[in-house]
Design a protein around this ligand. Structure first.
Ligand SMILES: Cc1cc2nc3c(=O)[nH]c(=O)nc-3n(C[C@H](O)[C@H](O)[C@H](O)COP(=O)(O)OP(=O)(O)OC[C@H]3O[C@@H](n4cnc5c(N)ncnc54)[C@H](O)[C@@H]3O)c2cc1C
Length: 380
């Protein structure tokens, strides 16, 4: 396949990079320090269609292909991984499952408002006793004549503090093996937002717990068919992993660029540290791993665009990009020496932000399970 970016992709990169550099970068350290979600920047992002990247134009979105989407997330995350997280979760595991499994009525009711950025999406699967093992979800949905009553607590929900449209994964009461996904609006009685988590990284994203106490939703808010929850969840995560891979790639790219500049500037032993073979080796390793990551992301995105199964490819991209982001940000701190460990330099933030890309939307260990399952079930 041709990995040369076409004009359209180059243009997307240019537009997002300029926006991120001009409108986000001046504030990014402050947002991280104050754990503040930037509502003002989000307002500026709305008209640029960041909240409807792959939504059809007829529903108010940008109608982009998945490669363009990945480039947009990569460029956003190169400057602010926390905003990259907000946008990728909203678009992939928030909007995509509604477009893919929703009825026409649901698509028309929810997607235009979400694409406009007026209702931010969240996807909640994780609970205290259910992380990697989605089958362990205890949140329940009791069927009533006119709908469902949801009870349970979700934890670590990205966009939790600002979400408007929430996809909730719940087990059918009395039939714990049967999972459903419900679309819950934030103003439904019985829905509550918990405290914002005090996280190591991604601090400008209001990750929180969400509570559902006798939260009634009408029948028309069940996404897909009854019992289809696991299928919807797994398909959403396949798409979501392309976004997280792109996010990790953006963090690694930023750490690499800062390291090259610093290595050229910083003088020790009367010469720039970039003259030392060890530093050159770090830079060569970083560049090679980043390029390999980029190819894996674009391959998974291209498979999704042409309708080829992409589950294993998305997991490979997520696994490789997140491992790369962790290693590259580690090397970036090392290249910066003591300054790299100080908040004076951005590499300290990249280092903290990178770690969680190995954890959410399936840990690295879980990605290996997905990849191995695909290898072992492939016809020989
Ligand atoms: C900042 C942040 C944002 C998040 N956003 C969301 C969100 O929006 N929505 C949501 O639903 N969740 C979200 N999560 C939760 C995240 O997806 C989970 O933390 C993740 O899936 C891992 O689950 P866990 O934390 O329960 O770890 P566990 O599942 O308890 O895993 C602990 C360790 O055991 C390993 N492990 C578990 N099972 C196996 C196995 N079978 N084989 C080998 N190793 C195994 C894991 O890989 C890990 O290393 C978020 C988390 C964070 C930190």
């Amino acid at each position: 396949m041709d990995f040369n970016p076409c004009m359209k992709h180059q243009l997307i990169r240019k537009i997002v990079r300029e926006f991120a550099e001009n409108e986000i970068k001046p504030w990014v350290a402050e947002l991280d320090r104050e754990s503040r979600f930037p509502f003002d920047i989000v307002e500026k992002m709305k008209p640029l269609n960041f909240f409807g990247l792959q939504v059809p134009k007829s529903l108010g979105g940008a109608g982009l292909d998945t490669i363009s989407y990945a480039i947009a997330i990569e460029e956003l995350s190169r400057v602010s991984a926390a905003l990259g997280l907000c946008v990728t979760v909203h678009n992939s595991v928030g909007i995509y499952p509604i477009l893919e499994f929703g009825s026409l009525e649901q698509i028309n009711r929810f997607v235009p408002t979400m694409a406009a950025g007026d209702s931010i999406g969240a996807f909640c699967l994780t609970e205290a006793n259910a992380g990697s093992d989605a089958g362990g979800v205890e949140t329940s949905a009791r069927k009533t004549p006119d709908g469902y009553v949801i009870n349970g607590t979700k934890i670590f929900v990205t966009n939790g503090g600002v979400c408007g449209t929430i996809l909730v994964f719940a087990m059918a009461e009395g039939n714990p093996g049967s999972a459903n996904v419900f679309i819950v609006e934030k103003d439904r009685p019985g829905f509550m937002v918990g405290e914002i988590e005090d996280l190591c990284g991604m601090r400008a994203n209001p990750v929180s717990s969400l509570f559902f106490e006798d939260c009634k939703v009408p029948l028309k808010n069940l996404l897909g068919k009854s019992g289809q929850g696991l299928k919807i969840g797994l398909k959403a995560l396949d798409a979501g992993r392309i976004g997280i891979a792109a996010q990790a790639l953006g963090i690694a790219q930023a750490a690499f660029e800062d390291s090259v500049s610093y290595a050229k500037e910083r003088q020790q032993f009367n010469k720039p540290i970039s003259r030392f073979q060890t530093i050159q080796n770090y830079l060569a390793d970083m560049a090679t791993q980043i390029d390999a990551s980029r190819l894996l992301v674009y391959r998974a995105a291209a498979y999704k665009d042409r309708g080829t199964p992409f589950s294993a490819e998305a997991s490979m991209a997520k696994l490789h990009c997140s491992e790369t982001a962790r290693k590259v940000t580690d090397m970036a701190v090392q290249i910066h020496g003591g300054y790299g460990y100080s908040k004076e330099y951005d590499v300290e933030r990249y280092f903290r932000d990178a770690k969680v890309t190995q954890i959410y939307e399936g840990t690295s260990e879980v990605q290996k399970m997905v990849i191995a399952r695909s290898i072992l079930t492939r016809p020989s």
